[in-house]
Design a protein around this ligand. Structure first.
Ligand SMILES: Cc1ncc(COP(=O)(O)O)c(C=O)c1O
Length: 434
């Protein structure tokens, strides 16, 4: 089916120039595979030079002009698409006629279900990203319950808030102490006592700012079930991560496998590093029927991946190829390596007088700072020294604020011990007490 690795697209600015130079405006207008081979070679070079960006039109003109990106959750992925073997790649829309693509999307859903998340009886719906998977889960919750309130913690992802706005749903924010195991259970119980009309409880595993794996006692989940409240697990970042890692995470595994998690977002887009690919897992495949009008006839051939749009399949197919290429062991190794590196960074920080806001549990390393001003200063100075980090400024109404900067270890090749050491050294130099 895939005869040759001919193309790799997606690493930004360089392609635009290259295509323009050849009088081509868009990638799909390329007359043959030659240009894609060239692009693939350049992309490989970009990756090899670890952090370089393409500033010229040829390989020789590559220059490392960007700081190391220490904050993005999305890792690099050299992805290969065979234009020759897959003519529909060059089309904007995909419909029922593209059996091969539908089959491949089903294959991806199957790998995610069986080999990665190990939830063999779930239905998997592929989506363009984690945000749309989250939105879909809330839409299903709204339609099934005919209610409008959503319980989500102050660490919930912004896509939950955005989805609620779009869907006319209302957020009830649960504030809790991330260092107290029982705190979220208490906050949820209070919210259940005080509110009616609750459609869903969202638990984030882990959240994208601190890396906290949210959970509540089973008794609370049981209560939700009795009250007809859906439980959605937003594992956009952590789902693949923890399922792949040999370290796993018992709290998260318990939640995913419990009878209470009605839906789960897990996102190849993040940890595996494939742009444009999210996935929603449904415990009860029949739940989808509540959106009866969403599956349209031209997709009926593809049960697992069908969902109401004619979007291009690049993300899903890239994820499939990439997972094939890495294999189960490869994905596991990536997860284990990232976790080991994150722990290494945590230890280096401790040895240099820094602490993390919460203990490291994934690739997320939330480095504690004292104030908003200090965050701004450190972030700016780190960037000046070649490191981009994101700011952590969590200021709940009724809890102490938390400040810091966040590093997310991904499988990018430049996350070496040496780079981490020089990062900590720079951090030591630029930190001021404010
Ligand atoms: C916990 C969590 N949920 C949802 C999302 C949204 O995913 P996407 O960027 O693929 O839309 C993210 C993204 O970082 C996330 O970390």
């Amino acid at each position: 089916m895939i005869e040759q690795e001919t193309a790799s697209i997606g690493f930004g600015s360089g392609y635009g120039k290259l295509l323009k130079q050849r009088g081509l405006n868009r990638l799909q207008e390329a007359p043959d595979a030659t240009i894609h081979r060239e692009i693939a070679a350049i992309t490989a070079r970009v990756l090899r030079t670890c952090g370089a960006v393409l500033t010229g039109d040829t390989e020789d003109q590559l220059e490392a002009t960007k700081p190391f990106d220490m904050y993005s959750m999305i890792s690099s992925c050299l992805y290969r698409l065979s234009i020759a073997a897959m003519p529909s790649q060059s089309r904007d829309l995909v419909d029922r006629g593209h059996d091969e693509i539908q089959t491949m999307k089903d294959a991806l859903a199957s790998i995610l279900r069986h080999d990665v998340l190990n939830l063999p009886d779930h239905k998997v719906i592929l989506s363009p990203n984690g945000s749309s998977a989250n939105r879909l889960s809330l839409e299903i919750a709204r339609e099934l319950t005919k209610r409008s309130k959503v319980l989500v913690s102050h660490l919930g992802h912004v896509s939950i808030k955005q989805a609620c706005r779009t869907l006319g749903m209302q957020i009830i924010e649960l504030e809790y102490d991330v260092l107290d195991d029982k705190s979220l259970t208490k906050a949820t119980t209070t919210a259940l006592d005080q509110n009616k009309d609750i459609a869903a409880l969202v638990l984030t595993t882990p959240d994208s700012r601190l890396g906290v794996i949210e959970s509540v006692d089973d008794a609370v989940l049981q209560r939700c079930r009795e009250l007809g409240i859906r439980v959605h697990v937003d594992a956009a970042y952590g789902g693949l991560w923890f399922s792949a890692s040999s370290k796993g995470n018992p709290t998260m595994r318990h939640l995913l496998e419990s009878p209470y998690a009605d839906s789960i977002t897990a996102d190849p887009h993040k940890f595996v590093g494939v742009p444009n690919c999210g996935a929603l897992f449904l415990r009860q495949p029949s739940d989808l029927q509540v959106l009866g009008d969403a599956e349209v006839p031209y997709f009926e051939a593809a049960d697992e991946s069908a969902f109401g749009t004619t979007q291009k399949p690049d993300g899903a197919l890239t994820a499939l190829f990439h997972l094939h290429e890495l294999g189960k062991e490869g994905v596991r190794k990536r997860a284990d390596d990232c976790f080991a590196k994150a722990k290494e960074l945590e230890a280096m920080l401790a040895a240099n007088g820094f602490s993390t806001i919460t203990p490291v549990q994934s690739g997320i390393v939330p480095i504690r700072l004292n104030s908003s001003e200090q965050v701004d200063h450190v972030q700016k100075e780190l960037e000046r020294h070649g490191f981009q980090v994101s700011a952590i400024k969590i200021q709940p109404a009724n809890l102490a604020p938390q400040f810091g900067v966040r590093v997310v270890i991904t499988p990018r090749p430049y996350f070496t011990t040496e780079i981490l050491q020089s990062f900590v050294e720079v951090l030591r130099q630029v930190k001021i007490d404010t």
